[in-house]
Structures are given as C-alpha cells and as structure tokens.
Design a protein. Structure first.
Length: 247
C-alpha cells in the first residue's frame, strides 16, 4: 500500500530506470477523480494491458472508448518504445477486478484464479499501462517496446520498494474475460523472438530489480571458445608426457 507517485516522482523514477518518455499535455492534472468522486490510491500494484488497436494515443488520453471516458491509462507505450505519460490520477483501465487476485498482488503472492463473487474497482488502486498491439496474437511487440515495458514496471516497483509480484496482467485480474496482454515479442536482451506471458514479464522485471536502476541487459552472448583441433590435442598430450618423463 502506497500513495500514488507525484509527477516529479514519475519523472525521476522513469529517468533513473532508463525509460525514454514524453509528457502528453495536461497529464499532471488529468484523471477521473473529480468525475467519479473517488480518489486514486492507495496503490497496490501495476496492471498491464495491450491496446487492441493501433494509433491509440488519442483514445487513451482524451478520446476514450464507448461508455468509457478517458484517460484510459497512466502511460501509453507505442511501438517506438518511447512512453507517453497520460495521467497520474485515477484512470479507466482496470475495471472490475477479482478481490482475491488484488489481495495476492498486494501481498506479492502467487496469483490465484479469479473469484468472480467478490470484486473491487481496480481503477482505485492499480497503475495501468496500455502497450500498443492489435492483440490478435500476430502483431509483434518491438524489442524497444518490450525493453521499455520491463523498465516501466520496474521503475514503479523500485520507487515503491515492491517486488515483481506486484506486477499483473489484465487477464489475471479481470472478471469480464479480458485476455490482454498477449502476442509475440521481437526479442529482449540476448533472447530472440518469444511469446509474451506475464510470468516472463515478471521474471524480467525481477531481474532488473536485482540490479541498479542504471543496469541494461546484455544484448550479445559470448561465443563459446573454439574446440581444439586434433593436432592441438596431440601437441598438448605430447607436452604432458614429456613433462612427466622429466620428473
């Protein structure tokens, strides 16, 4: 449980973690607090989404969706990997969340299957990021986008002194059948193309949190030493035999 980050804390945390970002005009005051009469926070964790569309900046910032006023997240992450700060207040992104899952996020325990009989409004207590992807299982998250995604989650966790157990996906909290985020990832660090999973995102966030915020994952692997040729092995054997004979 923590107070939501202030604009200055957002900037400091993202900068330290190496997240490139821009600020959408009005993000420091934009939110749903006044309209709903509900204050954002205390915060308990981070919720990850895909946009299920392209060119979604207008929708998540000011346009909204049918029956869902903007802002729709706290940060928008396009293919470029340059995050856009959308709001630091209450945003419409989480909807109804299973209380047993939110309790597990708060306690940083293994997330259970959603119990739909008891829900909370996730917008009250979870940060949200909308990562640009069609969500069709074919659209690829770029390498730069995924790297920024990991760093963004880690920046929030590091600020609040949370672990990667505070990171969740919409498909893990929703009682409305949400499936996001999903899709293939171009690559990360020394890893080639892989399929996005929340378990992998949490593992990558956990790895970051084991290092200073300035750390970057290696992007190349050290090639294995070449195997010695037959002549080299025979020469080495002859040297060992000669050394033994001299003793």
């Amino acid at each position: 449980m923590s107070n939501p980050m202030t604009p200055a804390e957002w900037r400091a945390a993202l900068k330290a973690e190496g997240v490139k970002y821009t600020e959408f005009d009005g993000w420091t005051t934009r939110g749903r607090d006044s309209a709903t009469g509900k204050t954002f926070g205390p915060v308990h964790g981070v919720l990850n989404h895909h946009t299920a569309g392209s060119d979604s900046l207008h929708a998540v910032t000011t346009g909204g969706a049918p029956n869902l006023p903007a802002p729709l997240c706290h940060t928008f992450l396009p293919k470029s990997g340059v995050a856009v700060l959308v709001s630091c207040h209450r945003a419409n992104h989480a909807g109804l969340a299973a209380k047993n899952v939110v309790d597990a996020i708060t306690a940083e325990k293994k997330l259970p299957k959603q119990d739909k009989s008891s829900t909370v409004d996730g917008n009250d207590e979870l940060y949200g990021i909308e990562t640009e992807n069609l969500g069709n299982g074919k659209d690829v998250y770029t390498r730069a986008q995924y790297d920024a995604w990991v760093r963004w989650n880690a920046a929030i966790c590091r600020h609040h002194k949370w672990g990667a157990g505070s990171v969740a996906g919409h498909l893990e909290t929703s009682v409305e059948g949400k499936v996001d985020p999903l899709g293939p990832v171009e690559g990360y660090g020394t890893r080639g193309k892989f399929t996005f999973t929340m378990a992998q995102l949490r593992a990558d966030v956990d790895e970051r949190l084991e290092h200073p915020a300035s750390w970057s994952p290696p992007t190349t692997t050290t090639p294995p030493a070449p195997k010695p040729t037959t002549d080299q092995r025979l020469s080495a054997l002859e040297k060992r035999v000669t050394a033994l004979e001299k003793k």
